[in-house]
Design a protein around this ligand. Structure first.
Ligand code: FA5
Ligand code: MG
Length: 415
């Protein structure tokens, strides 16, 4: 059964979420309204800003990590079903049974065993277990959170995981046995007990240069960015990357060195690796100057039509719909010698040529030459599109066409 946004979900009912059926129980707290967001797949929608920016991230990773034959190393998984088990979302990531992040008040539970994923990290273990060493997961994630300009119960993440063998770290040598990645050391604030410090350093600098490189590629070399120490149960050490947006430091991602226990549990004990999880909306808000996270869900063409460019690397800033600049040009002409010109004809002509780019046309002046007895009119044309910015150059082209058509069709003479 599919639910309309208004229906309430009762315990013991069957719910269908993106084509899969679940039996609800006392843990169920998904609402029909929330479920109406599942399947929108904004990150897959052509021309959507989240699609543009995820393409740019994928491109960046494809270029940064290539095989010896020059092929991209990373695989992209962007259509994984958003309902996961509590094991995937928490246990597989070493999140303790009593950890606050499991609370019903913070998550959307489908039932006791299943929830809408709270992060794309929920898919790490399964993909590592399947043998993927370098991969991206892109998808919608769900959290019960406040709703304001930067929070929404559904947002999108990109997960990146990179696992390295001894050969990836040291290169190929005659005697690989003399190189080691692991030791039986002590766990400190800086490192896991099993990791050799020099190896960890290589991994950390690869991770940080990858992510800083992504930030400068998207936002430019001048972007203000800083690393902040962080904590996640599934990585150690861990960091967050913050960038300045309008004088505020905003957290763009969390990352770290994958807990070796996770790799052991998934059959990748001979590798070491890093992982990151970034919030696509935050990156898109910075890149396109989008002021409010709710806009991503807009079906208003005033929002979406602004992103209709084919090259995702197009340099572009979002313009708030109400803030499009007006642009006015005047047009003056002598009426035909028989003195007849209906202003309504002129208005129609302007609409025909200018379409929705024209907001208003009005007469500002008439003048009759004392000797020649001919009359001229001056109209002001206000240009402002409802859904996009039009530049002065575009206005000039339209304006010129209006002049030409008025001359041809109405018999007037431009002054
Ligand atoms: C995580 O979700 C971790 N899974 C990230 C991670 C992955 C760490 C792999 C280590 C290794 P966090 O809850 O901080 O962490 O969210 C990650 C990013 O998602 C944030 O940096 C932010 O960019 C974005 N984000 C978090 N909450 C919201 C929200 N309510 N609205 C929009 N974006 C959000
Ligand atoms: Mg965080």
């Amino acid at each position: 059964r599919n639910y309309s946004a208004k229906a309430t979900i009762k315990q013991g009912e069957q719910v269908t979420i993106a084509g899969r059926e679940y039996l609800t129980d006392q843990m169920t707290n998904v609402t029909s309204h929330l479920l109406s967001h599942v399947g929108r797949n904004l990150h897959l929608q052509k021309y959507h800003p989240l699609n543009h920016i995820s393409q740019r991230i994928v491109q960046y990773m494809y270029q940064k990590y290539v095989s010896s034959r020059g092929n991209p190393l990373f695989s992209v998984h962007n259509q994984i079903h958003p309902v996961v088990t509590t094991w995937q979302n928490f246990d597989s990531l070493l999140i303790p049974k009593d950890h606050v992040s499991r609370q019903k008040s913070d998550n959307y539970y489908v039932n006791k065993e299943n929830l809408l994923r709270a992060h794309t990290s929920a898919h790490q273990c399964e993909l590592i277990g399947m043998g993927f060493d370098n991969f991206l997961v892109i998808g919608d994630v769900y959290r019960r959170d406040e709703i304001d300009a930067s929070h929404y119960p559904v947002f999108h993440q990109v997960e990146g995981v990179r696992l390295c063998t001894k050969r990836d770290i040291f290169g190929s040598h005659q005697n690989m046995d003399s190189f080691r990645m692991f030791e039986n050391g002590e766990r400190t604030r800086q490192k896991q007990g099993v990791h050799i410090a020099q190896v960890l350093q290589l991994l950390e600098s690869d991770l940080k240069s990858c992510l800083l490189g992504l930030a400068t590629t998207l936002f430019g070399q001048d972007v203000e960015a800083r690393w902040v120490d962080a904590y996640f149960p599934f990585t150690h050490p861990s960091w967050e990357l913050e960038v300045k947006i309008n004088n505020d430091w905003v957290e763009l991602l969390g990352c770290g060195i994958i807990e070796q226990e996770i790799l052991s549990n998934t059959g990748a004990q001979d590798k070491i690796g890093w992982a990151f999880g970034l919030g696509l909306e935050r990156w898109a808000m910075k890149l396109y100057s989008i002021p409010d996270i709710r806009l991503f869900w807009s079906t208003d063409s005033g929002f979406l039509s602004q992103f209709q460019f084919d090259d995702p690397a197009t340099n572009f800033k979002y313009q708030a719909i109400s803030k499009y600049p007006q642009c006015s040009n005047d047009i003056s002409f002598w009426l035909p010698s028989d003195g007849h010109c209906d202003s309504k004809d002129f208005f129609d002509l302007v609409r025909t040529v200018g379409g929705d780019s024209v907001e208003q046309v009005y007469l500002i002046d008439t003048y009759t030459h004392p000797k020649k007895k001919s009359t001229s009119c001056c109209y002001r044309i206000v240009y402002r599109h409802m859904e996009k910015v039009i530049t002065q150059e575009e206005v000039n082209i339209i304006h010129k066409r209006i002049e030409e058509k008025a001359t041809a069709d109405l018999g007037v003479t431009m002054r």
